[in-house]
Design a protein around this ligand. Sequence first.
Ligand code: HEM
Length: 212
Amino acid sequence: MSLTGLFLVLFLVVHLAGNLQLLLDDGGEAFNVYTKKMTTSPIIKVISYGNYFFILLHAFQGILLYFKNRKARGSEAYAVKVTKAVNTNSFAASNMAWLGLLILVFLGIHMGDFWYQMKWGEVPTVVYHGDTYENLYLKVEASFSNIWIVLFYCLSMLGLAFHLTHGFQSAFQSLGLNHPKYSPFIRGVGKVIGVIIPIGFAIIPLYYFFLK
Ligand code: HEM
């Protein structure tokens, strides 16, 4: 789970960097050019398939772990939780499976809305400098003009924030990469990543809804 989780963090950083181009005032040109590159490059295609596989594997491992922990613990909650380098008493630590489920539901809706439309739906095209591109920017604009979609994205990003903040530090602990000197640093990086990535994603629907 640690390795698949850390790979998915890397995916999120790249995906966020690409999506932040939606904040440029260029009518969607940079974003449309970027999405075409991401979907036509053979190397990116291989990484994409790896990414789908890791998402499914991570979710499957999470479900197994959830049931394993439940079985080990019975119906009784721990009277006292052992304190490790990672805080196991936090809201995030106690709800990782539910937060993961929220993100999985988010992914189902998100990919149905964008990824499926791009691969199998009818997306209008646009021409830049003589080349034709799918105008996925119009799809983004349409989705983020819907208050319910915007609220759902923001709620999901809150869930992602908790999931990432705990998951990042927990991954290092599971890999045995604990050290009294470095653990506080890893925890700090986890907090920064867990806050900055979800805020970065949430800004996009909020910007489209309120400022476009
Ligand atoms: C404002 C927020 C977001 C926007 C505008 C956005 C936009 C898009 C678009 C346009 C695509 C299809 C084109 C492409 O592959 O680049 C896509 C695919 C995808 N998105 Fe997002 N996304 C957002 C947030 C997220 C978040 C938070 C996650 C994960 C938690 C996520 C996970 C994915 C995945 C897994 C794919 C499929 C990628 C692939 O085919 O390799 N997205 N997104």
